[in-house]
Ligand binder design. Sequence first.
Ligand code: UTP
Length: 300
Amino acid sequence: MNKPIKKAIIPAAGLGTRFLPATKTVPKEMLTVVDAPIIFYVVEEAISAGIEDIILIQGRGKTAIEDFFDTSYELEDKLARDKKFHILERLTQIRSMANIISIRQKQPLGLGHAVLCAQSIIGDDPFAVLLGDEIMIPHETETQNTLGQMVQAYNQTSHSTVAIMEVLPEDVSKYGIADIESTLTSPYRVKGFIEKPSMQKAPSRWALPGRYILKHNIFDHLANATPGAQGELQLTDAMDKIAKKEPFFATPFKADRYDAGDKLGYLKANIEVALKHPELKEALSHYLRHELLPNLNKKG
Ligand code: UTP
């Protein structure tokens, strides 16, 4: 019987250079999607998928993330006195559901290094990794969110399993790419991984959008790894070593995914979330249909 997936690492210590100048002082994971920071949606996904311990990897100047998940006594007291219970409930919901453990990555040496920082807390357990700037909006028809779908896949295989999505050929160089053995039955067996390959060198168009379930043997490979692409310790390189030795699986998922660490992805996430928000959906939809689109069409 598999050990259940109860721990998740959320790396959020990157420099966020694609979002400068905003990210000079504000961590990109704290940029707002409608009315909550990006990382709120990521933590919410983890909790709904059954995660109990969340290990946040934070960098210098990112204490705003830790503070966000902490109690704000004065604010909560004021909201209670003002009887603004619906806002209070939203504020207290996340911190009461998950145990948030915060670790400092002293230098942004890459995603692999960020994951390695959590080794002593993970111990021998299998665990999830959710990138702190990737938002997954579940399809209304799905009972499980992306991480939940992955936990199901992991329970089938008992081996490390990553989420994959098909991207356009010109986009493969932006992602870690999986070399898939066959797509006949899901989860798919993976032969290897390559970080940000050129279009010519990419073994497939199956990209890694930032959701992983890994076994603790990844730490041995990370600890012995040498920096790869862009001088960073790459998680993809360590996964490649494991996939070449033992079964490793990948599974497509059913959800809308937004790279909120990228300006266009961030804007799309805001629109999509707002179009589902009870207070905004009608007004925004009216604006998009009747003001923005006609204007765009006029401009041609
Ligand atoms: P990204 O490569 O998207 O983050 O890493 P970045 O380096 O901050 O982005 P840009 O390209 O400079 O804009 C994916 C996730 O991994 C975390 C990031 O915070 C992000 O959530 N990360 C990355 C770390 O925690 N540590 C690192 O050393 C690198």
